[in-house]
Design a protein around this ligand. Sequence first.
Ligand code: AHR
Length: 660
Amino acid sequence: MPFVIRPAGIQSTMTKQLSILLLVCAVASVGAANPTLTIEAGNPVANVSPMLYGLMTEEINHSYDGGLYAELVRNRAFLDNPNSPVHWSVVPGKGSAATMALDPTQPLNDALPVSLRVEVSKASKRHPAGIANDGYWGIPVQPAAHYRASFYAKAAPGFSGSVIVSIQSNDGGTVYAKGKVAGLTPDWKQYEVTLETGKVKPTAQARYVLTLDRPGTVWFDLVSLFPPTWGDQPNGFRPDLLQMLVDLKPQFLRFPGGNYVEGDTIPTRFDWKKTIGPISQRPGHRCPWGYRSTDGMGLLEFLRWCEDMGAEPVLAVYAGYSLGGQHVNPGSDLEPYVQDALDEIEYVTGDTNTTWGAQRAKDGHPQPFPLQYVEIGNEDEFDRSGSYDARFAQFFDAIKVKHPQLKCISTVGTEQPESKRVHSRQPDVLDEHYYRPAHDFLNDSAHFDNYDRKGPEIFVGEWAAYDTSFPPWNGRSAKEPPTANMTAALGDATWMTAMERNSDVVKMQCYAPLLVNVSPGARQWRPNLIGYDALRCYGSPSYYAIKMFSRNVGDEILKASLDDATLHCSVTKDSRSGAILIKLVNPQPAPQPLQLDIQGVSGLKPTGTATTLAAAPDATNSIDNPTNVVPVTAEVSGVKPVFDYTLPANSITVLQLNVQ
Ligand code: AHR
């Protein structure tokens, strides 16, 4: 008997197209020749890794500055360009005049060694003059919102006026929020003021303006503006983006890279000790993706981010190799870097009696963070010197002496030539990276089936499918979409079934890159998972595929066989609820009737649910059309141990069936 499907109303955004597809499924007749998925429900073959679904992150595509890290002022410490205060402009008005210049003779401190000198030669209360910042592709204005504005300033002797701070339209015609600071002195001091918007229409066509109401000379540094943040935390995160990440229920966060941990050069590596403490003490550094990072997103912020998501850190430590080809010789040269990694681990996990645990407490987080995995470097197969084996060994030995419980991840996996891998030690985990055309993932879905069950554990620390009509890497071109389409999502979902089926060996996996600012010139890579501009955000079809999988994990892998190589599946069970979770991918352009034969159960409840993501191969989401492709959850009835189900064309489905 064909099943009957009824929308359960869980997703209000169900598209007409999908309704039609589901209807087609509902009436499809199922013949004996249909492929069969046989599930041995009474026979779990292994446990699903509880850490299987996680996230990977680094500063790329303006993931933090201009992304998750909510700071709105760009070039807040005037260090982005040594020759010019980029992203700042002079705001003269009618009847006023001002100039601005970088001033290394008036540094705020050693970490922030340049300030901005603003000389106002003509100004009054009615005609103020000063400077404006254009933000990260605009300053987002939200209605009824509080903005925390702060800056360091000092004035030349004799100045007794005020600094007016405001969020204004780009032409200055509309002031969305305004505040005032008075009492500047000839010494550096931090000033803070709260700005509040009223009933305004959201826009990012705005700038942040600081003006003087009379002539004078004022130096500014660390000019900062934060909108409402996640949990109202100072120096915090953009709530809409963090919510999208929380919704993925990640079990871990791999950070800070990726290439970002390595840097192009040794001095531009992620030097974690320079990323903690007050932001006024963080010099920032050039990231390997062509721009400067403020390091406002420092080690403690990464850890807080994990905490906010209920995820565990997977900490990547700098291991003596940088992307430009520099490496540190193993032995005494490498010792300081090994010590840095040990200190970093202590900062994350040490109690407050330890040096770095005490520092963490001083920085505002007395409670240690959980940590099981430490990754030694990133993609060290690129190190042509062949030093990785010995560098890995030196880190591994030092970490194991102090923290025998920690698992050390080698960055060279079995997808790399044997000669590049670590041999002198047995890494606990191998990190493998797969960026492939979608059809490669479809063709290689048995990839992990024959991995040695005895280990080492596998961490697929970066993976993503791409549609070959939009090859990867060339993200600088504005013509190419920053996120991928349904073709890629079908490949991604297939790859996830492969990893989940083998999650006794594949212990963790995460898509990369995670975040992309889609504004012109902001990105360096494609495809990415989540896109945003100053005001809005959206998930790619792959985002929704991952969400469907990561929210329906189960804890036991069931033996399942599918007698049709064009379909892909993974079947798990939630032993607490008894639910059987069946993930199916039909990448074909036609609906596919399927017989499900669920063995080893006394009975199944007659209704279950189906969550389906189905769309034309080139269908996608974008900043202007964010929910074109979204999953739909519907009730499935007529469920019994042997029943028929038709997968829509180009679809990813999660069936949840309940044992009676
Ligand atoms: O995800 C983008 C980059 O791809 C990562 O930084 C690097 O590890 C890989 O080559």
